[in-house]
Design a protein around this ligand. Sequence first.
Ligand code: PMP
Length: 296
Amino acid sequence: MAGPAFDQREGSIWYNGEYVDWKDAKLHVLSHGLHYGSLVFEGVRAYGGKIFKLEEHTERLFRSADALGFKLPYTRDELNQVQLDILKKEGLQDAYLRPCAWRGSETMGVAAQSNSINMVVAAWDWPSYFSPEERLKGLKLAIAEWRRPDPRTIPCKAKAAGLYMICTLSKHKAENDGYTDAVMLDHEGYVAEATAANIFFVKDGVLHTPRPDSFLDGITRQTVIQLAKRRGLEVLERKILPEEMADFEECFLTGTAAEVTPVASIDKYNFKPAEITTRLMHDYMDEVMPKAVAAE
Ligand code: PMP
């Protein structure tokens, strides 16, 4: 298993403007964020001591809070600085950072307009286990029974706790059935994404990826599209029917945690991680790694 439980680690967590001991970073059991899902968060990664796309992640956190109708009590610059500081303070190089904001405990009921907004930033060691050979075997994915919700039913572009309930249900079901993860369809039955990552397919040298109209347009997804275009590859963002998966040759997931991860199968559809997936895996790792500063 992956080390001590997440409430039992050493170090400090930035909590409402100050650093507290990791084990003391608690919230009250009667918190709106916990009961009513009024919580937004980010998943950010640092490589070699440098945070990848920090500003983009912070911007998304602000958009998520806005979508849930609350205002973060810090500025973008302050939150960026906290993340840079906590890495240094904790002596981390390759790390995962988790900024998070939620409505507090002043009232307990659906309405909580005057509740305080609480914030934490935690960071922990997360080495990049990049072993292309191992990864090229590819993931075995199921198709989830739960679908991404209709954008008219939930603020689907927010990275908010409530959106993950069906992801956890889908991932647990997939794991219990012998898969690593699940691909979710959207409310109309088109391929959408995995439970915490976007998805790409390859056919005849062209990339196909679902248009993110009812789910997160991941920062990694956007990066990979740029990298692919830089390589001269065509990228089609479009509606993809599950049956089309029969004709795709390669498939991979993208996400801050997943990076670029090849997929070997989705339910009855098989793929062969090959040239384009491998190239983009390498291009992505080159992109996230801090560049050495040229000697004067
Ligand atoms: N979709 C979902 C549901 C996710 O949780 C994530 C991970 N944040 C992604 C897509 C990929 O987003 P990103 O590339 O910004 O990490």
